[in-house]
Design a binder for this molecule. Structure first.
Ligand code: CP
Ligand code: NVA
Length: 302
């Protein structure tokens, strides 16, 4: 395992399969009421510059269920919010805790944290990537489809942080990805280049129907990510043709799995009919954050 998980591409195919297998095993054991204290005396610091529901709760519950402990830290309330350097913060935190999980505005904050930490750093979302989300997504896809390799994954809307991690996840696990987005909303160039280097099959199109054609997975995310609020009005106009709705579903496979990392804006990027409909796996996906991250924590900390 790599020392830090800042990008989905920090994980190899073998790491991912190992994490998904452990996650499924942990999920079954939890359902049977079996407990473990494999991370007894281990402490995770969770540093947040942005809001969170799923990430915060799933990491905190995950550490507790593994016998360890998690500390919630709002960047606003830390000295980092008053100008203390990231390097000093990283060095100090490394003396107290066993791993740092951070949700930040700038990806460089994570790079800097990892450079000065002597403990693992986990990306809990930056403007560039959201790798923990994709672990849960792969777990959900595998549960529904029994496999990953050879599937067609279609993304609609903003080529954002979650999309970037999805492109890498598809490249590593052998899924073809088609991203339907308006001009100016394409995924990051460095991510596309990395995916291609990994042998990925990546298509970028401005036609949602083309992306949806025979897709096994339809995925969308909010049109206004945290940090993009100033452009909200324009984004809602530009991204409107990329809504995931029942008409779009007609072009996909009949057993297509609909995913959304949540939080969702029903009536914007996805209709209520689809997100609450029979093809949607979004709440399993949200639950799987817990199991997948527990598996990741075990791999990094035990
Ligand atoms: N999907 C996700 O990361 O949700 P939160 O922003 O609620 O953590
Ligand atoms: N793209 C969204 C994901 C939230 C989980 C954001 O960055 O706000």
């Amino acid at each position: 395992m790599p020392p830090h998980v800042l990008s989905f591409a920090d994980l190899s195919y073998a790491d991912i399969i190992d994490i998904l297998d452990t996650a499924s095993d942990l999920k079954e054991k939890r359902a049977r009421g079996e407990t473990t204290d494999i991370l007894k005396n281990k402490i995770l610091a969770m540093l947040f510059e942005k809001s969170s529901t799923r990430t915060r709760i799933s990491f905190e519950v995950g550490m507790s269920e593994l016998g360890g402990h998690a500390i919630f830290l709002s960047a606003r309330d830390m000295q980092i919010g008053r100008g203390e350097s990231i390097s000093d913060t990283a060095k100090v935190m490394s003396r107290y805790v066993n791993a740092i999980m951070a949700r930040v505005y700038k990806h460089e904050t994570l790079t800097e944290l990892s450079k000065y930490s002597t403990i693992p750093v986990i990306n809990a979302l930056s403007e560039l990537e959201h790798p923990c989300q994709l672990l849960a997504d792969l777990m959900t896809i595998r549960e529904r489809k029994g496999t990953l390799k050879g599937l067609k994954f279609a993304w609609f809307g903003d080529g954002n942080n979650v999309c970037n991690s999805a492109i890498l996840a598809c490249a590593i696990t052998g899924m073809k990805i088609s991203v339907a987005c308006p001009g100016g909303y394409e995924p990051d160039n460095s991510i596309i280049a990395k995916a291609k280097e990994l042998g990925g099959d990546v298509e970028i199109t401005h036609e949602p129907v083309k992306a949806a054609e025979n897709a096994d997975i339809l995925y969308t995310d909010v049109w206004v990510s945290m940090g993009d609020e100033e452009e909200a009005e324009q984004r809602l106009i530009d991204l409107k043709p990329y809504q995931v709705n029942s008409k779009l579903l007609e072009h996909a496979e009949h057993d297509v799995v609909v995913l959304h990392c949540l939080p969702a804006h029903r009536g914007e990027e996805i209709t209520a009919e689809v997100i609450d409909g029979p093809n949607s796996a979004v709440f399993d996906e949200a639950e799987n954050r817990l199991h997948a991250q527990k598996a990741l924590l075990i791999k990094l900390l035990s």
